[in-house]
Design a protein around this ligand. Sequence first.
Ligand code: SF4
Length: 751
Amino acid sequence: MSHDDDVRTVHRICPLCEATCNLELRIKGRTIELARGDRDDVYSHGYICPKGSAIGHLESDPDRIRAPRIRDRATNTWRDVEWDEAFAYIDAHLTPLLERSGRDSVAIYAGNPCAHNLAPQVYNRVLIQSVRTKNVFSASTVDQMPKQVSAGYMFGAALSIPIPDVDHTDYLLILGANPFASNGSLMTAPDIPGRLRAIRNRGGKIVVVDPRRSKTATEADEWLAIVPGTDTLFLLAIANVLFAEGLADPGDHLRDHVSGLDTVESLVAPYSPDAVARACGIDASTIHRIARELAAAPSAAVYGRIGTTTTEYGTLASWAVDVVNVLTGNLDRRGGAMFNLPAIGGGNSGGAGGVGRGIKVGRRVSRVANLPEVFGEFPAATLPDEIETPGEGQVRALITIAGNPVLSNPDATRLDRAFASLDFMVSLDIYCNETTRHADVILPPEGLLARGHIDLALRSLGIRNVAHYSPPAVELEAHEYAEWRTLLRLAAIMQGLGSSDDAVDTVDDFVLRGLVERAVGRPGPFEGRDADAVVAELSAGGRRGPERVVDLMLRTGPYADQLNLDALIEHPHGIDLGPLQPRVPDVLRTPSGTIELAPEPIVADVRDRLPELLDERSHSDAGLLLVGRRDLRSNNSWMHNLRVLVKGKPRCTLHIHPDDAQRLGLADGKLARIASTSGSLDVPVEVTDAIRVGVVSIPHGWGHDGPGVELSIAREHAGVNSNVLTRPDLLDPLSGTSALNAIPVEVAAIS
Ligand code: SF4
């Protein structure tokens, strides 16, 4: 641990995006003086992007909240308080509310950064279980949930998501993704630009299907400017060609492990290239050619991301991606779409493999909109319904754990109003932003250097099997409180154990005990061992909190013979566990023990809803459709307060094709008014031919000019909140995920 004037080099996994690069940080005391890529890292090999380089600016941002604070509602002013007072205040308000209005009166919203931080990864579930509320929401239903649902149906577990084996593939078909800007998503891959360029350098081919000619499309061999929201039609037409031309073949390695082929053949029969060409805006001959190229390539992978998941047909598109991977013989083979085997086992690596219970969704429905639960949560789009609609079970209090739903969820204006109407709100966050300004109490986490980190979910999405842990580099300062203790102290309050710090260790010990008892009671390295002895072993040296849980997970995971937390601490540059390996049938957890190509809910959705899409896009003039976009220097809403990342040309602009701009009388740099049935915005125009005619684009995560927002630099570059335009009624029914793309809008010049 450091003294204030120590200058040291430490290595840490970057928590800012899914790529999980390892950073080499020069720190002085607690200040990050320099961040660069760790050249010795087994996975990222020195790669770093502008966001990673700016991590020191994020840590030292003067607008960061450093101490807990309470808002005086009468004056709408904040005061910093001691931690004990903050938790006592929460106890005094939430406990009576729970008693008066019931468990469902408290809702929880978990934001995207929860997937990048250790404490929420381990203890969010404990807090949720302690509140015992049905009203759980997260950023998953404005993001990747459709992929989890389709993977769950097809392979039996929500994180059994096939990952393109980019380091070995000969052909990559990318839909609705811009990894040159996002650094990869549902595909954990440091230096994805280098890895994609390597595909072409070794003679492979990349085709990008996207309404925008993104940076990734620019770097690809071919760009297909699809009509937004029609990816499912395009992919089913590819499947149609594969069947029609006798090219549909899962391959010898999968032949005995696939069910539903005949059903898929009949499902795709109406979706020939000729039938979908107009709807997709892609020539039938091109679709034929892409299908044949995929089938003929020595290896190929289809990969779809945000443009495919955040539409009304997100689950169907996600399913269709893997249908094509199976039909071309590329699922679970080198260079195709493969399954990771993470060091911390997940839903597809424990116990006997090859068969399981599959997934269950829709075990209950939301109170107001009757929307089914998916993996324990309701669609984020219906959160305002639950807050604003009176009756038993009405949400009157909210706990947000990171995230900024006012900027990232649909119908932002209504959500903002709903948050303002709550009786009580607690936010765990580093900023007073568009969402947390409504909180009564904000609880900041400790600084980056003071906490340990290991990725759990993201490692199961890696293009390679890698294990990595970053221990804390400095001790907590007097004003800091570990985020894991915050989560468990809230859990203790929700359990009626009071607001004292003492309760944290009690809850932590209880959680560990439960996990250990499970580990000793089932097949695995700890089977049959004495639980007390195991708890003592894991607690040696005073270890507790998430690290102790992680150590247990490592010792009972797929690499238990070589990995535990101490081994990872000894390897600051990570441990390489090798390239992805074929995992079928062991990876499967479906009831049939096969890859279920035609799960009943998906078959029904194809039959019931997809014809409408084909009809609508083929025969009507859809007008202008809005899509989002991503920038390398941005990540959702929360990196706009760093001058080093927001300087330069404004990025929150309306991209529009020159033909549309001319038709509407719009000029570069002038303001346009864009309107949907939800609201309207005035936004600067950027005329560009890097977008399809009939499509306009605004990035999400902007709009930092609201009252009470304490983001001084972001306010200078406020931009507009694109979610003023998105609609809560446009949902993918199978996953509850909001359609944030393909939103019908009207655009007019402002004179
Ligand atoms: S690519 Fe992602 S993980 Fe890597 S340095 Fe940039 S923000 Fe960090």
